[in-house]
Write a protein that binds this ligand. Structure first.
Ligand SMILES: NC(=O)C1=CN([C@@H]2O[C@H](COP(=O)(O)OP(=O)(O)OC[C@H]3O[C@@H](n4cnc5c(N)ncnc54)[C@H](OP(=O)(O)O)[C@@H]3O)[C@@H](O)[C@H]2O)C=CC1
Ligand SMILES: O=C(O)[C@@H]1CCC=N1
Length: 293
């Protein structure tokens, strides 16, 4: 895996103003992650959304950041930002970016979190050359356990690449990939937390259905997932090898795995990851069409 910085610390970031354009789940995950890790101060962070004033109050109260709703204060916040994070839904991206492009200038770094939107489309929407980092993070950045894929525009300097990498490393792990592979990253780790939660939902429901209290089913499931992920990390062994150690010949695990195989589990996972990646491409194409219209 390629990374640009191994320290996890971005020395310059404390002196920079960060503006999150879009203040939903992913923006909050990143803000909480960088604040909890002491990467910057709340006074350096501005967040903006379109209409949800209550959400903005909540974010200001919770993190001490400066919030702005709608067009009010947007101008100052965006103009004074050193790094502008684009964190609105893909369907809103084209209009939102067009609406502010005159406030942006090439001295700023644009960090896009938007699934599917290519660097080329973003360059079209910005209408001027600006350094761009296209990223695909995930919500586990909230607790410093994120997994983020990164690609850069040709115009991004080495310092900007290192800064972006270090910022996302501070909230988890990063992988620099060729831009088209960001769609695969979306299918794997961007959407991935939801797959694990889905598995956990199903395990908890099964445990409760078979007689455990819902609380016990939940606790046992959470510890099992946590323990399994830690085992892979701590031992360095392949998941397949660790699975083998759980699976006694003709035992209960083998019986369960046979059930999974009967439902074609691995095929379902592969199809889900591929479909997520394909959906990201579709969303990107939709933004591209809007950018050109
Ligand atoms: N959630 C995830 O796990 C991940 C998400 N992403 C990407 O991050 C982006 C955001 O996703 P997520 O946080 O889940 O989305 P949310 O729906 O939670 O948040 C979207 C935010 O964008 C704001 N917004 C929409 N249009 C505008 C506009 N014109 N001007 C200003 N603000 C606007 C919304 O404001 P309001 O509520 O006021 O309308 C809201 O604050 C997406 O592009 C997604 O692909 C990437 C990786 C993981
Ligand atoms: O579901 C989505 O479209 C976004 C991108 C990756 C995770 N959430």
């Amino acid at each position: 895996m390629t990374t640009l910085s191994s320290s996890g610390i971005a020395p310059d970031i404390q002196t920079m103003n960060l503006c999150f354009y879009g203040a939903g789940s992913m923006a909050e995950a990143l803000v909480r992650g960088v604040l909890d890790r002491g990467l910057t101060e709340p006074s350096r962070i501005g967040m903006m959304n379109r209409q949800n004033a209550e959400r903005m109050r909540e974010l200001s109260d919770r993190y001490g950041i400066t919030g702005a709703v709608g067009d009010a204060a947007k101008e100052t916040m965006l103009r004074e930002a050193d790094i502008v994070f684009l964190a609105m839904k893909p369907k809103d991206a084209a209009d939102a970016i067009r609406g502010v492009r005159d406030l942006l200038h090439p001295g700023q770094l644009v960090v896009s979190l938007i699934a599917g939107m290519t660097i080329a489309t973003l360059e079209t929407l910005l209408g001027k050359p600006m350094p761009i980092a296209r990223t695909m993070p995930n919500t586990s950045s909230t607790i410093g356990l994120g997994a983020t894929g990164l690609s850069f525009s040709a115009s991004a300097t080495d310092a900007q690449r290192r800064l972006t990498d270090a910022m996302f490393q501070a909230v988890g792990l990063t992988a620099i990939v060729e831009e088209p592979l960001l769609e695969v990253v979306t299918g794997l780790s961007g959407s991935g937390p939801a797959y694990i939660y889905y598995m956990m939902e199903a395990m908890i429901a099964a445990g409760a259905k078979l007689g455990l209290t819902p609380e016990a089913a939940r606790e046992l499931t959470v510890q099992t997932v946590l323990g399994a992920a830690h085992m892979v990390k701590a031992t360095g062994e392949d998941p397949a090898e660790l699975r083998r150690k759980v699976t006694s010949p003709n035992g209960s695990t083998q019986a369960a795995i046979e059930k999974f195989d009967a439902y074609r589990f691995a095929e379902a996972v592969e199809a889900a990851v591929a479909r997520s990646a394909e959906r990201a491409v579709e969303m990107g194409a939709e933004i591209e069409r809007n950018a050109k219209s």
